[in-house]
Design a protein around this ligand. Structure first.
Ligand SMILES: Nc1ncnc2c1ncn2[C@@H]1O[C@H](COP(=O)(O)OP(=O)(O)OP(=O)(O)O)[C@@H](O)[C@H]1O
Length: 486
């Protein structure tokens, strides 16, 4: 275990690091974050012994590093410095071999099988074996960086100190390098301390993070305790937004630049919806922030085009998102900029209505097919049928994340109430249906105009959504039933 207690130090009389304490267990990776000049490299230099410790103590497994003979310290700690100054041009293999220096009794006098294996293994891990005979100064910045990481790995030390290991690397090599280092940490029980500029990479790979500000610890802990909007904003002096990683339980941040969006005022208007037998289409001049359960581009994003496409009741295609994407492209829309849904309902029966509230307007669009009603409270064996209620809620206003979700809930409750009023039955159970088996919902907002933090049923916008979705769904069901009779 690496233990740092009340560490202070800097350059001559200039104290940079002030009273820093932390511990890193074997197999653990600690990331050091902080703005330029906050003292990250200086802290590393104090730990590695490049700079003298003014106050405090650094111990490895209980033993003070000041008591380590230099070569033993080098066998214990491998350091990847921020800048690599190499006066002499070496080959890649020679450079990596220098990592074995602490294991030699004299310069290459006792090159052992173990030395050879460590060098070969380190080159393999860093994917540089194929240019082992190349001169280091003839490699790209990223290739050089991997050579120096290989040199540190070849040292076979139990502690790795890395100053921006992903410097110069493309995204694939960043991932490869950090995957490798992380794997080494786990398999070989290494203790890793690494400086990062990329907060997201640090959060993804590190067990703990230390946020440094003006030489002092601003915050230390698990990534979710450190990568917090207010702390990152305070230390880096920039606006950020925090969101979850899509696959890992790790926080990620996005910079919020001061670049303003195109403020050409956009209003979603009912009259601008194009309704045909093929589809309901709405094309916005500016992207709308959208949350949906669509076939193409579900989830959240920013999109300009919204399509609810009519498909035959017998539509049954394995890869419907791919087929729907090509349909979108055939209609000369970009599939990356279009949210696409499907329905077997006649799209010319779509109900589109505009509702006005004190903050602005909401446009509701519903296509309702209820031959396939489902009472969600009854679990029975079902086969999938196309028979869908697709509901769009387009808001002329600025919705919070919370409001997007509340708008969906409010819309779903209103839809269910409409089915209840119209006595739409689940054909299998004979009870009132709450929806159909393939309903979709979409909430989109211009993100211009009034800020609407909530969209529950008693808010102004919630009232419009509730009434609007109810009325449009009732009307949609009536039109659907009339058409079925005919
Ligand atoms: N050799 C030096 N002599 C005197 N002061 C130095 C020296 N090296 C760095 N400093 C000062 O120490 C402070 C911390 O520098 P350090 O390099 O540790 O910051 P950092 O957090 O690693 O920054 P960066 O993100 O820019 O790499 C800075 O104010 C810097 O000017």
């Amino acid at each position: 275990m690496l233990s740092i207690k009340n560490l202070s130090g800097g350059y001559g009389d200039k104290k940079i690091i002030e009273d820093v304490s932390f511990e890193v267990e074997k197999g653990e990776m600690l990331g050091i974050l902080g703005p330029n000049g906050s003292g990250k490299s200086t802290l590393m230099k104090l730990i590695s012994g490049v700079l003298p410790v003014k106050e405090g103590m650094i111990t490895v497994d209980g033993k003070q590093i000041a008591d380590f003979p230099p070569k033993e310290l080098a066998r214990t700690m491998a350091v990847l410095p921020q800048l690599h100054v190499h006066a002499f041009s070496h080959s890649v293999r020679e450079t990596v071999s220098l990592g074995r220096y602490p294991h030699q009794s004299g310069w290459f006098s006792s090159w052992s099988k173990e030395d050879e294996q460590s060098v070969i293994e380190a080159m393999r891990l860093m994917d540089i074996s194929h240019y082992e005979t190349s001169q280091i100064d003839q490699l790209s910045g990223g290739e050089q960086q991997r050579v120096f990481v290989a040199q540190a790995l070849a040292q076979n030390a139990s502690i790795l100190l890395l100053d921006e290991p992903t410097n110069h690397l493309d995204i694939n090599h960043q991932k490869e390098l950090l995957d490798t280092i992380k794997k080494q940490a786990i398999e070989k029980d290494l203790t890793i301390v690494s400086i990062f500029h990329d907060i997201n990479l640090a959060a993804m790979y590190c067990d703990k993070l230390l946020l440094l500000d003006k030489g002092e610890i601003y915050r230390i802990g698990e990534p979710h305790e450190v990568v917090r909007e207010l702390d990152v904003e305070a230390v880096y002096r920039t606006r950020v937004s925090n969101h979850p990683h899509p696959e890992l339980p790790k926080p990620q941040i996005t910079l919020l630049p001061n670049v303003k969006r195109d403020i050409s005022l956009t209003q979603v208007r009912a009259e601008d919806f194009l309704i045909s037998s093929q589809m309901v289409l709405y094309r916005s001049k500016v992207p709308l922030k959208t949350v949906s359960s669509a076939v193409v581009n579900p989830g959240s994003g920013w999109f300009r085009n919204f399509m609810n496409r009519h498909v035959d009741a017998a539509y049954n295609i394995d890869n419907s998102p791919a087929e729907m994407k090509s349909f979108i492209e055939k209609n000369e829309l970009k599939s990356t900029d279009t949210v696409g849904m499907m329905t077997a309902v006649q799209t010319e029966h779509a109900v589109v209505k505009e509702y006005e509230g004190p903050f602005g307007t909401v446009v509701i669009t519903v296509t309702a097919g209820v031959g396939n009603g489902v009472d969600v409270s009854k679990a029975v064996e079902r086969t999938m049928h196309v028979g869908t209620i697709n509901t769009w809620i387009m808001v002329n206003g600025t919705l919070s994340e919370e409001a997007f979700i509340q708008a969906m809930i409010t819309a779903t409750e209103a839809k269910t109430k409409a089915l209840q009023q119209e006595r739409v039955l689940d054909p299998l159970t004979g009870t009132i249906a709450t929806g159909t088996s393939t309903d979709s919902c979409l909430v989109a907002a211009t993100q211009q105009g009034e800020y609407l933090p909530y969209a529950g049923p008693i808010t102004e916008i919630g009232k419009l959504i509730g009434r609007g979705v109810f009325e449009c769904t009732v009307e949609g069901i009536k039109v659907y039933r009339e058409a079925k009779k005919a």
